[in-house]
Design a protein around this ligand. Structure first.
Ligand code: SF4
Length: 328
């Protein structure tokens, strides 16, 4: 049986705000197997980043987790002490953030930052500067970075946005990891280099045999990069399936609405978008959070929260329209 790297069960996260508690995550379930590449797709502010930050326990101080479990290689992240958390962050999982400029320290060279990360990993031999330097050069070479020695002596401001993000990819994979989390890693880059950076990320993750969680609002990016897609709406995973199957047969009304927004080269008119807006997290709908925007909502949808059910092999959907056999 394939090893499970991440197993999030029934996770609730809320944020303390001036207007009261914002109940963002509403019982999230997510599983990532060893070597699996998974994406989380959904609108801005639907809880994607909160979900992955929970895995590393790097949520903002005003966040709290009233319920749920996050297992990383079988250990409960929410019960980890300081040293276990350090180990998780230094050698278990790494995260590539949206903005590479904010991820890198402007007053240290790339070499100083890479060597610090490599040293922190605790891998054997990294106490020696020559080993750290060698690993840093190798990691940069693996991301197709020209002249790694020069890059190591450069400060972040001396590199382009695409190069900075490639440095972040190199940083996240310079030492062995079980999981890489990439939070919209190409959003702040020029369109011309987005594809190149994604290809490098995918290729490096595959070469190292680690798992990937990619956050994106683009189904196209998810399709190109990952094996499985989780569709997220207002703090709930509303559907998950292997990538090809989800594209062949999206079941949840929100997944179908998102798919209808993808522009097609063959034409067919402009997408209309999804009417309405994301629910208010301070006072979310009692039942299905998509009900106020769902064209197929029934009275029951406004009262009860739909649970996720199996509708096929590795295909789950949380919607009252489906029974366990996937029929309507
Ligand atoms: Fe629409 Fe009801 Fe399904 Fe929610 S549970 S997506 S409101 S049909």
């Amino acid at each position: 049986m394939t090893q499970t790297i991440v197993d999030i069960r029934d996770l609730y996260v809320q944020y303390r705000t001036f207007d009261g508690q914002a109940k963002v995550l509403n019982g999230v379930n997510l599983t990532v197997k060893k070597g699996e590449k998974v994406s989380i797709v959904g609108e801005t502010a639907c809880g994607k980043t909160t979900t992955v930050k929970s895995i590393l326990r790097i949520l903002a101080p005003q966040a709290s987790i009233p319920r749920g479990e996050i297992l990383f290689n079988g250990s409960d992240v929410l019960k980890m002490g300081y040293s276990e958390l350090n180990k998780l962050r230094s050698s278990g999982a790494s995260m590539i953030f949206q903005d590479p400029t904010m991820s890198l320290n402007p007053v240290f060279t790339i070499g100083e930052q890479m060597e610090a990360v490599i040293r922190y990993s605790g891998q054997s031999g990294v106490e020696q500067k020559s080993v750290r330097h060698e690993l840093a050069v190798k990691a940069l070479e693996e991301t197709a970075m020209p002249d790694p020695e020069r890059i190591l002596q450069s400060y972040p401001f001396q590199l382009s946005g695409g190069m900075r993000q490639r440095v972040c990819i190199a940083l996240s994979l310079a030492t062995p990891r079980d999981l890489v989390i990439a939070d919209e890693p190409t959003t702040n880059l020029d369109v011309t280099i987005q594809d190149q950076v994604l290809k490098i990320l995918k290729q490096r993750v595959e070469a190292k045999g680690c798992s990937l969680i990619l956050i994106t609002h683009s189904f196209g990016v998810a399709r190109e990069t990952t094996d499985r897609i989780y569709v997220m709406y207002a703090g709930n995973m509303v559907e998950t399936a292997p990538t090809q199957e989800l594209f062949r047969e999206p079941l949840h009304p929100y997944s179908r609405a998102l798919m209808s927004c993808i522009p097609r080269l063959s034409g067919g008119g402009m997408a209309e978008g999804i009417p309405g807006r994301l629910s208010n997290y301070h006072n979310p709908p009692k039942g299905c959070r998509f009900a106020p925007r769902c064209p197929e909502a029934m009275p029951r949808c406004h009262e009860e929260k739909p649970e996720s059910i199996d509708v096929g092999r590795e295909h789950q959907v949380a919607c009252f329209l489906y029974d366990k056999d996937g029929g309507k």
